[in-house]
Every structure is written in structure tokens, then in C-alpha cells.
Design a protein around this ligand. Structure first.
Ligand code: GLA
Length: 372
């Protein structure tokens, strides 16, 4: 009987402590919620934005990639003006947008973005002159045959020269070549550019860019540029370009997630690129809340918010420690209502990778980034 009672008491104690833990967690998250609300209230009373905490003199330019439609949305315009001093066209400076048909250049959308940036005193990063994606098929065709190397290189030079002349004095930096390095065991990506031209297309692209606008900063841009194997391949390419004074900076896209990459990977990569005397920019930053393709869709809950805040805080701490070499940090998107990650790498899986939520309000991660 006594034994039985003890069991009941024990059970009671266990359940009581469980209730305490859960209610304590509830209180904690309620406190977090109150804290966040307080910060948002303060944010709403102020005008300060990312660019004011990270001034370009002391730190780096803070950029955002946008489609032209954002310019017609007053709330988005207000958010962009408050936080950013650098603009990238999300798609409108890519080859398929600028020269979909040979010899016919379509600058209207890109011009709209540049005019917006100029009217608001923002810099413009050009993205991108030569890539294997979002390129029209005609570049690599000669009638029904595959185009010769000479023809492809001539088209490449014409494109780069025409585009850079058009934006001369307006675009201060260009991603000249994007994603040319292979993710696997080869050095170079097996793109149509590469199969027809070999590595010469990369060198020729940079030569054409340097000749077209000697004042523009020329970047090589890639993803997973912190992975040691890929980093070392990129480094060797940069050495070749640097020897000929063809490159000024390395662009790390920065499509990262809440746990990857480690701070060591970031530090080692930036140190390596820095050792070549290059500027470094984070050109397409977003921090996915998923760490694998098999993670199921989730709501943006407290747990994810916390992990994302910690990750953003860690990434910006690293950036600040390299303020001597990092000249820009650009986000690939403005707020969680519109992000390519909703459809990549898993179609239709809602993601929340940016500092502003689906209603354009600052997230906990935002307050971590400005808290230094
Ligand atoms: C790459 C490109 C960008 C953009 C993103 C995803 O990183 O460099 O232009 O297309 O993919 O949208």
C-alpha cells in the first residue's frame, strides 16, 4: 500500500515538474515575444536602418536584389530606402533579359532599377555578364550547327561591351562571370560556354569587361565558395585573372542556412581570397531555415526564429571582423514574402530566409544583426 502511494507521489512530482518546464518555456517564449514587440515598437519610432548601423565608411555597403515591380510598391520602397544603399537587379541584367535575341538589347527594366537607385543615392551592382543559366540558346548555335569558339567569344565580347557601355558610370561593380567552377571533381563546370570555349571564355569575359569600363570593379561570383575544395579551385582561377590585372573582387553568394557554413569555413575562405589582394563581397545572402531537402515545410516558429537569429548573428560577426576587406553585403531578396527559396531546392516549400517577415516587419534576426 505504502509502495503504491509512493508511486502516486512520484508520478505527481514528475508531472508537476513537467508542467513547470512547459509553462516555464511558455513564459520564456512569451517574454521573447514581448521583447521582440518592444524592439519593433522602438524600430517603428526610429528611422535607422541597416545601412546606418553598418555605415559604408566603417563597414560595407548593404545591398538588396529586387525585381522592378518593387519600385511600384510604396511599402517596399520605404523599406528599401530605410535599410539599403546598394541595389542589384534580381534578374534584369542577366543575358536572357538584356539580349534575348541577337543584336536586340532590352534595357527598360534594368534602366528602371538603375534610375530608382540613382534617385535614392544608392549604388548599383551589376549581375551578371556571363553565366550558364538564363542565357538564350542562340549564343551557342550557328544555324542548325553548334557555334564555333570564335563566334561564341565574339558574341560574349559584344554583349559585355554593349551592356557595360550602356551602364557606364551607373554600375560601379560587375559580376563578370558567375558560377564557372564545378561542384564535383572537375575544375570547371561543364557548361555550354566551357564545352565550346574551354577556360578561355572566362579570361575573355574579364578582358572585355576591363576594356569596356576600366573604372568598374570586376568580380568573379560563385556559391559554396567557402567549401575548401571549391574554394581552392576558385582561388587558382583568381590567381590567373589577378596576374593579368583582370579581377578586383571575389563575390561569395552567401546562400547559406541556419547551421551551414561554420565560422571557420567562412574565415578561411575570406582570408584566402583576401591574400590575393582582392575585395570580398557577400553578393546574394539568404539564410534558409531548412538544412536539407528532406526537411518538411514548417511554419516560422520560435525555434526556427531563434536558430536563424543565432546564425545571422554569427555570419555578421564574421563579416564585421573582415571589414577591412568586405566592401558589400547584399541580400538576395527584401522580405520573406518573396524569395526564390520558396521554390528551390524544393518546389512549393515556404522558406523564411531574410531579415524581414512576410509582412515586412523586422524579425528577431534583424535585431541581432544590428546589435553589436
Ligand atoms: C544564383 C544566381 C542568382 C539567382 C540565384 C537564385 O545564385 O547568381 O542570379 O538566380 O541563383 O535566384
Amino acid at each position: 500500500m505504502l509502495k503504491k502511494n509512493w508511486k502516486v507521489v512520484l508520478l505527481l512530482l514528475v508531472s508537476l515538474s513537467f508542467i513547470r518546464v512547459t509553462s516555464c518555456n511558455k513564459n520564456e517564449s512569451a517574454t521573447d515575444g514581448n521583447e521582440l514587440q518592444k524592439k519593433i515598437d522602438e524600430y517603428n519610432r526610429s528611422n535607422k536602418g541597416l545601412k546606418d548601423y553598418y555605415t559604408s565608411d566603417d563597414y560595407f555597403y548593404i545591398g538588396v536584389a529586387i525585381p522592378p515591380s518593387f519600385i511600384d510598391n510604396q511599402r517596399k520602397v520605404a523599406l528599401i530606402r530605410r535599410h539599403f544603399n546598394s541595389i542589384t537587379a534580381e534578374n534584369d541584367m542577366k543575358w536572357s533579359n538584356l539580349q534575348p535575341t541577337e543584336g536586340i538589347f532590352t534595357f527598360a527594366n534594368a534602366d528602371k532599377i538603375v534610375a530608382f537607385a540613382e534617385a535614392n543615392g544608392m549604388k548599383v551592382r551589376g549581375h551578371c555578364l556571363c553565366w550558364h543559366n538564363q542565357v538564350p540558346a542562340w549564343i551557342f548555335r550557328d544555324g542548325t550547327a553548334i557555334a564555333s569558339k570564335e563566334l561564341v567569344l565574339q558574341r560574349l565580347r559584344t554583349h559585355i561591351t554593349t551592356v557595360m557601355n550602356h551602364f557606364k558610370g551607373e554600375v560601379y561593380a560587375w559580376d563578370v562571370v558567375n558560377e564557372a567552377i564545378d561542384d564535383g571533381s572537375s575544375v570547371y563546370r561543364n557548361s555550354q560556354w566551357y564545352t565550346i570555349c574551354g577556360e578561355d571564355y572566362i579570361i575573355e569575359a574579364f578582358k572585355a569587361a576591363r576594356a569596356a569600363d576600366p573604372d568598374a570593379k570586376l568580380f568573379y561570383n560563385d556559391y559554396t565558395a567557402i567549401d575548401p575544395t571549391k574554394r581552392d579551385k576558385i582561388y587558382s582561377l583568381l590567381v590567373k585573372l589577378k596576374e593579368q590585372n583582370l579581377v578586383d573582387g571575389m563575390g561569395l553568394q552567401g546562400h547559406w542556412n541556419i547551421s551551414y557554413p561554420s565560422t571557420n569555413l567562412i574565415n578561411d575562405a575570406i582570408n584566402k581570397y583576401k591574400s590575393l589582394g582582392l575585395e570580398v563581397q557577400i553578393t546574394e545572402m539568404d539564410v534558409s531555415v531548412y538544412t536539407s531537402n528532406s526537411d518538411p515545410q514548417s511554419a516560422y516558429n520560435d525555434n526556427l526564429a531563434q536558430q536563424q537569429s543565432t546564425a545571422y548573428s554569427r555570419y555578421f560577426e564574421a563579416f564585421r571582423s573582415f571589414k577591412d576587406v568586405i566592401t558589400g553585403v547584399t541580400f538576395w531578396g527584401l522580405a520573406d514574402d518573396y524569395t526564390w527559396l520558396d521554390n528551390f531546392p524544393v518546389a512549393g516549400r515556404k522558406n523564411y530566409p531574410l531579415l524581414f517577415d512576410v509582412n515586412l516587419a523586422p524579425k528577431a534576426a534583424y535585431f541581432k544583426v544590428i546589435d553589436f
